[in-house]
Design a protein around this ligand. Structure first.
Ligand SMILES: Cc1ncc(COP(=O)(O)O)c(C=O)c1O
Length: 444
């Protein structure tokens, strides 16, 4: 496999301009320079299937793909055809497009627990809208989120709970509480310490841990017994765990659920879906309760994005996307685990997560999670044409892609072994990556 670490000159030049013009140099922190090794492509020019090309012309097999949004592969033909058809007919009118109805109907066919849906542009708006409905319906201000789930929204009610909470008023931070996954006693304790105050509980149906002992069912029962709504954030699990999301996979119907990411194969569409009893509060004809200003934005129903969502959902309905994600994820995990064993790295490198949504943990000599070793693995796999901040596969990842990825990691593991004995700084070019949620930037 060719070593292509030699040329990132265009990326390097554009990076300076980007940081001069854009805070953080990118419009999404997870894509930022501090998330990648110094020897990494800085800007991606185009993608096709599971491959991308950077602005220096280097080619990579990509994992994660648009922060897990592009599950069918870049520039998927059926999606592009649907988008192109709408582009030439205009994208935004003074009255709704019929696509709004068709897209809602298509989504609701796939999510049987929901009666109504409303679209918006990103997952954060959908989860925030779910909280708003829950608060309006219950007349309560507090909400509770799952402590083990790392991200629910860019809005203040969530960012206020992270170390990167500058600018979030303390009054807002106080309203978001936390409970633990698979720990019903933590949920009961919250309801006891805040009686009549919690509007809803929000969690991903699962992340690294599977639900045990009927956890999700019991969670729903506890919510309802305490007058709170159960909200599933399916931004990741939707269109990945099952065609009907985590709620269908685990057979637990939440009151409200939020979708985004894979819903439109990378085009900007997200959705709040839920029971009519709650969703109707965003309507224009109920008179028994106050009106809720629910997800109403200028670009919310941009026609080509809705066409992308409909086309994407049709692919899921007609092709074995979920099975392929699972199969390729398993193949990748098996290959990597065999390579880990070959290099004797079982104590240092772990592949975690569901096969359709995996990532790797890199540990240092003392068994502690290490950004430096994580960066080293990325650096060494990038040299071999693999761009893998995660190990999240798409429908476009072929057997050959997986085999090449395993080879690249196999090679990187040799360097890892050496770094464990010589010190990682002997092998890492530049600084390690950092976590997004940090209160201050490091001094350079
Ligand atoms: C579980 C989860 N919920 C919500 C969001 C927010 O979605 P968006 O970035 O589209 O606003 C994310 C984003 O990564 C997520 O992973």
């Amino acid at each position: 496999m060719p070593d292509q670490s030699n040329n990132f000159s265009r990326s390097r030049a554009l990076r300076e301009k980007a940081h001069h013009l854009i805070p953080g140099g990118a419009h999404t922190y997870a894509k930022g320079d501090d998330q990648f090794p110094e020897l990494a492509p800085g800007f991606i020019a185009r993608g096709s299937g599971s491959h991308v090309w950077d602005i220096d012309g280097n080619e990579f097999i990509e994992y994660g793909m648009g922060l897990r949004a592009v599950t069918l592969g870049h520039a998927h033909k059926a999606v592009l055809t649907a988008v192109a058809r709408e582009l030439s007919s205009g994208c935004n009118f003074t009255r709704p497009s019929p696509l709004e109805v068709e897209c809602a109907e298509t989504l609701l066919d796939m999510i049987p627990a929901a009666d109504m849906a409303k679209f918006c542009k990103d997952g954060s708006a959908a989860t925030s809208a779910a909280l708003k409905i829950a608060r309006a319906y219950t007349g309560r201000d507090h909400v509770a989120i799952c402590a083990e789930h790392p991200f629910f929204s860019t809005y203040d009610w969530f960012m206020g709970t992270t170390p990167m909470n500058a600018g979030v008023p303390d009054a807002i931070r106080q309203l978001t509480l936390k409970f633990h996954y698979n720990d019903l006693s933590s949920v009961s304790a919250l309801f006891s310490s805040h009686p009549g105050k919690i509007a809803c509980l929000m969690l991903e149906p699962s992340r690294l841990e599977e639900p045990h002992d009927g956890f999700l069912d019991e969670l729903k029962r506890l919510c309802h017994a305490n007058g709170a709504l159960l909200v599933f954030d399916e931004t990741i699990t939707g269109f990945r765990w099952h065609n009907g999301g985590g709620q269908t996979y685990y057979n637990v119907a939440p009151d409200l659920s939020c979708f985004g990411k894979a819903l439109a194969n990378g085009f900007s569409v997200s959705a709040l879906a839920g029971k009519r009893e709650y969703m109707r509060l965003g309507g224009i004809d109920h008179t028994d309760r106050a009106r809720v200003f629910l997800l109403s934005t200028t670009h919310g129903a941009e026609t080509h994005s809705l066409a992308a969502a409909i086309a994407t959902m049709h692919v899921y309905q007609n092709e074995p996307v979920i099975e392929a994600l699972d199969r390729q994820g398993r193949r990748l995990k098996l290959g990597l685990q065999e390579a880990v064993v070959r290099h004797g790295l079982q104590r240092y490198v772990q592949v975690v997560g569901k096969p359709c949504c995996q990532f790797f943990n890199a540990l240092d000599r003392d068994g502690r999670p290490s950004q430096a070793f994580r960066t080293l693995l990325m650096q060494e796999t990038i040299r071999k044409g693999i761009l893998a901040p995660s190990l999240v596969v798409s429908y476009a990842h072929s057997d050959d892609d997986i085999a090449r990825t395993v080879d690249a990691f196999d090679n990187a593991f040799s360097v890892y072994v050496r770094a464990l004995s010589d010190g990682v700084e002997q092998h890492l070019v530049g600084r390690p990556t950092e976590t997004v949620y940090r209160a201050f930037n490091s001094q350079v």
